[in-house]
Design a protein around this ligand. Sequence first.
Ligand SMILES: C[S@@+](CC[C@H](N)C(=O)[O-])C[C@H]1O[C@@H](n2cnc3c(N)ncnc32)[C@H](O)[C@@H]1O
Length: 274
Amino acid sequence: MAKKKLSVEKKYMLYEIAVQSPDDLIDKFECMYKNENKRPARLLREDFCGTFQLSCEWAKRHPDNKVIALDLDPEPVEFGKKHNLSKLTEAEQENIELRLDDVRIPSTPHADISIACNFSFFIFKDREKLTEYFKAVYESLAEDGILILETIGGPNFINAPFTEERKCSLKNGLIKKKFTYYWEHRYFNPITHDGTYAIHFKYKDKKYEDVFVYDWRIWSIPEIKECMLDAGFKDCLIYWDETDEDGDFTGTFSVVDEAINDDTWISYAVGIKK
Ligand SMILES: C[S@@+](CC[C@H](N)C(=O)[O-])C[C@H]1O[C@@H](n2cnc3c(N)ncnc32)[C@H](O)[C@@H]1O
């Protein structure tokens, strides 16, 4: 039987609600940059930008904030223009440059920060391609620029098959509709670290399968660090989620050399250029 298909509009609307928190992430990235440079970053390069919510949040923060947002796929970018860009002032919109380009192409002008969120760099499955990407970012950054990669791991992340679900709500004006987000670990090969992961949604009592499917290489932190150094970065710092006295994550990240082997963790690998 053919799978039920969500409209493009709904697909990205539900995705943004279920997985993105632009305000919180931009706060973190501003701090990471200031930790290195003692001044605010102004030019952001958002790699794998999709619907570029983070770029829009960046442009809203300061009149001098500018963005180069890169993605190969026009579909999420068009959604982002309609639903995210349109909410900005004219001046803020002018500070965002959208490019339908491969992130492995170096860009100018040189950015203060380059970011890659939701583990998008896992798309590069061998060292050569990952390092090629890091080299392109290195060349695209200003002398004191940084690259921030959102990465994930832990024993549960490579546990497959496994599905977790979470209730979310979509607010359309005054109408609030609940929906369910499913995150499936479909396949993991311990020999190659290839993994297949998928997002499904249940919306208005209908289940939509495989709304997004990811075919990834699950990179470990030491491998990421090695490739960043090979690409020319001077250092790669690991920002880890701090825990409270009960061992629960607090959402505050700090630089560490050692961490507890949590079931699933999200961390930030930050490449320092100078
Ligand atoms: C997992 S989505 C992430 C979207 C967004 N960054 C987020 O955090 O939700 C990955 C995006 O990367 C884009 N992409 C994949 N390979 C790319 C490449 N080589 N260059 C530019 N964009 C690419 C895809 O089109 C897709 O929109």
